[in-house]
Design a protein around this ligand. Structure first.
Ligand code: AMP
Length: 421
């Protein structure tokens, strides 16, 4: 199937072609016609499914076909939980609107608000925003949501995990009641359903699972190792394997920083990416990683979500996540679209219960190796790390405590979780 039958205008088809897309992804095939017909949509789709284009393309179509005389009013709002995701969605909006006469902007916290306010003052059709900065600017009278015709809530589950429910409710109250609404969420907890009911009108429900992306397709293995020897082992693996682009996951921001410092000392170019980093530092780290000047990117789960890294040869879990679904999300970063990928996990005694839970979720036993000189500690306790111990605390935006994510995630169905994102 090509994009032509979906009903998008010529400038959008041209932009799609320029991106090199030939076939609409399943979510695009389902969502684009439904949105073009004017329906509210509730879509279950994760990053990697092409969900951003599935709402951005019909949104841009609608705005360009239905011009509005209200000068300089914001017509569409896309709300995202994190800065990274906001920047990524904005990049999509820019790319797809290249041949249209529409203006767009992105706003998020952690950077100076002045240039953002100035852009909005000059007139913006599509605004991509994180909730905190959006409400800040609105409170200061620097933007108005009174003429919103299109509202998109992206990664709604993540929004709730990060404690944005009140902010979302406030944003909804600031918009006119007559508008088209779209909501995207990877998971469906009770609170997500309640939120959906609160603002979607008779939504068309769409569900997709990522294509041919099963965890079975990834070369996964486990190294049992003493906790104190993990850093030495990871440095050995990366150095001796001469690995060039490695995404490493740690459970905490401090852990990410510490590991990063040690790698740099060992002569491996590494950068950490997490919620405490400034936007500039994150962008630098990510672009260094993409262009090959940074070999290792050390990330926490939340910081990694929304990162637009197309394909990675190596993903290493320096620590296993205590939320099993996060394991599936993490390793889904490797070997996309049939390319060969490797996912390694360094597992110490106290992570044993996490490993068991992960194996249960993915319904497979992971092969275990022990490297000489990096053996596990036979005397270490296998008692799991206590909830909340050494975890990230919850600031307002950009990251959240992992433990708060448990509630919605553990209920995911195995059939979904055993597929990669
Ligand atoms: P998303 O799920 O929106 O994060 O998109 C994941 C990736 O797929 C992005 O890098 C998009 O540029 C890319 N993409 C989106 N739609 C298509 C398509 N129809 N064909 C090929 N790639 C696509």
């Amino acid at each position: 199937m090509s994009f032509e039958p979906l009903g998008l205008s010529a400038p959008l088809l041209k932009a799609v072609q320029k991106q090199g897309y030939t076939t609409p992804s399943p979510i695009q095939q389902k969502a684009i016609p439904a949105i073009l017909e004017g329906n509210d949509v509730l879509a279950s789709a994760q990053t990697g499914t092409g969900k951003t284009a599935s709402f951005t393309l019909p949104l841009l179509h609608f705005l360009s076909e239905n011009t509005n005389s209200k000068f300089k009013s914001i017509r569409a709002l896309i709300l995202t939980p994190t800065r990274e995701l906001a920047a990524q969605v904005y990049a999509n909006v820019k790319a797809y609107s290249e041949f249209l006469n529409l203006k767009s902007a992105v706003i998020f916290g952690g950077v100076n608000q002045k240039p953002q306010a100035a852009t909005i003052r000059n007139g913006v059709d599509v605004l991509v925003a994180t909730p905190g900065r959006l409400l800040d600017l609105q409170n200061q009278g620097l933007l108005s949501l009174k003429h919103i015709e299109f509202f998109i809530l992206d990664e709604a589950d993540r929004m709730l995990d990060m404690g944005f429910l009140r902010d979302i409710e406030r944003v909804i109250k600031l918009m006119p009641s007559k508008r088209q609404n779209l909501m995207f969420s990877a998971t469906y907890s009770k609170s997500i359903k309640t939120l959906a009911k609160s603002f979607l009108n008779a939504p068309v429900q769409i569900e997709v699972t990522p294509e041919n992306t099963t965890v079975e397709a990834i070369n996964q293995s486990v190294y049992r190792v003493a906790k104190g020897l993990k850093t030495g082992l990871i440095i050995k693996l990366i150095s001796e394997g001469n690995w060039k682009q490695v995404l490493v996951f740690t459970r905490t921001k401090h852990g990410a920083n510490r590991l990063c410092e040690k790698m740099v000392k060992a002569g491996i170019t590494a950068a950490a990416i997490h919620g405490n980093k400034s936007q500039g530092a994150r962008v630098r780290a990510l672009s260094g990683f993409k262009n090959g000047t940074v070999r290792v990117l050390v990330a926490t789960d939340i910081a990694a979500r929304g990162l637009d890294i197309p394909l990675l040869p190596h993903v290493i879990n320096y620590e296993l996540p205590n939320v099993s679904e996060d394991y599936v999300h993490r390793i889904g970063r490797t070997g996309r679209a049939g390319a060969k990928g490797e996912a390694l996990s360094l597992v110490c005694a106290e992570e044993t219960s996490y490993l068991t839970a992960i194996e249960k979720l993915i319904d497979m036993k992971l092969p275990v190796s022990i490297i000489e000189g990096f053996e596990p500690d036979p005397n270490a306790s296998t008692a799991p790390i206590k909830q909340g111990q050494g975890r990230q605390r919850k600031p307002r935006q950009g990251n959240a405590s992992n433990s708060s994510r448990n509630s919605g995630r553990n209920s995911s169905k195995k059939s979904n979780a055993s597929r990669r994102r």
